[in-house]
Design a protein around this ligand. Sequence first.
Ligand SMILES: NC(=O)C1=CN([C@@H]2O[C@H](COP(=O)(O)OP(=O)(O)OC[C@H]3O[C@@H](n4cnc5c(N)ncnc54)[C@H](O)[C@@H]3O)[C@@H](O)[C@H]2O)C=CC1
Ligand SMILES: O=C(O)C(=O)Cc1ccc(O)cc1
Length: 362
Amino acid sequence: MRSAAVIGTGAIGTSVALALTRSGVTVHLVDVNRTAAQTAEAMGAGSLSPPKEPVDVAVLAVPPAHVAAELARVQREGLARAYTDVASVKARPQQDLLAAHSADPAGYIGGHPLAGTERSGPLAARADLFEGRPWVLTPSAHTDEAVLNRALELVALCAGTPVIMDVAAHDRAVALTSHAPHLISSLMAARLSDATEASVRVCGQGLRSMTRIAGGDPALWQDILHSNAEAVADVLEAYAADLAVVVGALRTLGSADPGVRGQAEQDLRRLLVQGLRGHARVTPKPGTSLADLAAVTVAIPDRPNALAEVFAAVGETGVNIEDVRIEHAPGQGQGLVELLVHRGGAPELARLLGAGGWSVSA
Ligand SMILES: NC(=O)C1=CN([C@@H]2O[C@H](COP(=O)(O)OP(=O)(O)OC[C@H]3O[C@@H](n4cnc5c(N)ncnc54)[C@H](O)[C@@H]3O)[C@@H](O)[C@H]2O)C=CC1
Ligand SMILES: O=C(O)C(=O)Cc1ccc(O)cc1
């Protein structure tokens, strides 16, 4: 691939543009918001000048409701030889596209990288955002093979992992893994909006993780949820049924009737154990299961470069870090870095870091 166009230079579009530019692709940037496009250009993501001939691929990184209209527009202009998008829902853009008779479905393949952030705009972009992340492609019966191949090349240049899916299966899957969880995160965060300062002050890291995605742009999420409403409602209905059981169990845990109490204990345990099983299925890295990993926790003093020194110390041991979590409470003298490594390497890593003077628990 020699050239590309990115339409929509927000968090995702600029990340794609940065990754392609880094690989030597000439990238042309387009956005209805001039400031967003200029910021992306200033970040080194590409150029605002229009291409002189059709580019190899155009990536539509606009909100889902705008994909089909933008696609029809840029196809009419003959901007590219192949077109794809990154929208979080796939059935709606495809239906809109088929309904918009001016668009050419053969030149288009749906796409969705499962990587992102709760922050919007080009300043939230990162060239390495897609590294090792699944990137769904949804070829339709109309999609040309050359277009599929071009999209596979795009994913490879962004270091993503391609996953071919049918649009309906994709939308059901992300309802479960992304869209319903987003709403649950918003529900949790909404409960806090008028809580007392005294209550909010005693929040733990778990709450911060669980409400992080509630910080996403409400307009974008309204669009995503609107485009996948039925599938998300199905998942939330299942949550509602589980919640009813849990509330019932909590209300009857203290019952004088041993039968009722026993049932409540069983219901609660079943949910907690099932949660543990589900948690183990969310892999931190493709090909790695959480069950294969162990955590080594290192206390980090609050001084410049301390974090870099820990990573350098781990690097010297030769142990690969599979995932990392950082807990820091502003104003406290130290933070905690939890290093997730392969189970077999954890004891030796803990020993070596301890010998190096770090305060470690494994
Ligand atoms: N936020 C996330 O973490 C992820 C988002 N996505 C999808 O990526 C797409 C973009 O999302 P973000 O980058 O997060 O949003 P963003 O708000 O950061 O960027 C969207 C950009 O599109 C521009 N835009 C809107 N309509 C346009 C049009 N008609 N023509 C040209 N530019 C237009 C906006 O001015 C804005 O700069 C959405 O479809 C979203 O569903 C996919 C994966 C992750
Ligand atoms: O911020 C996160 O952790 C995300 O998971 C972001 C995200 C948001 C929307 C998507 O369609 C895909 C990924």
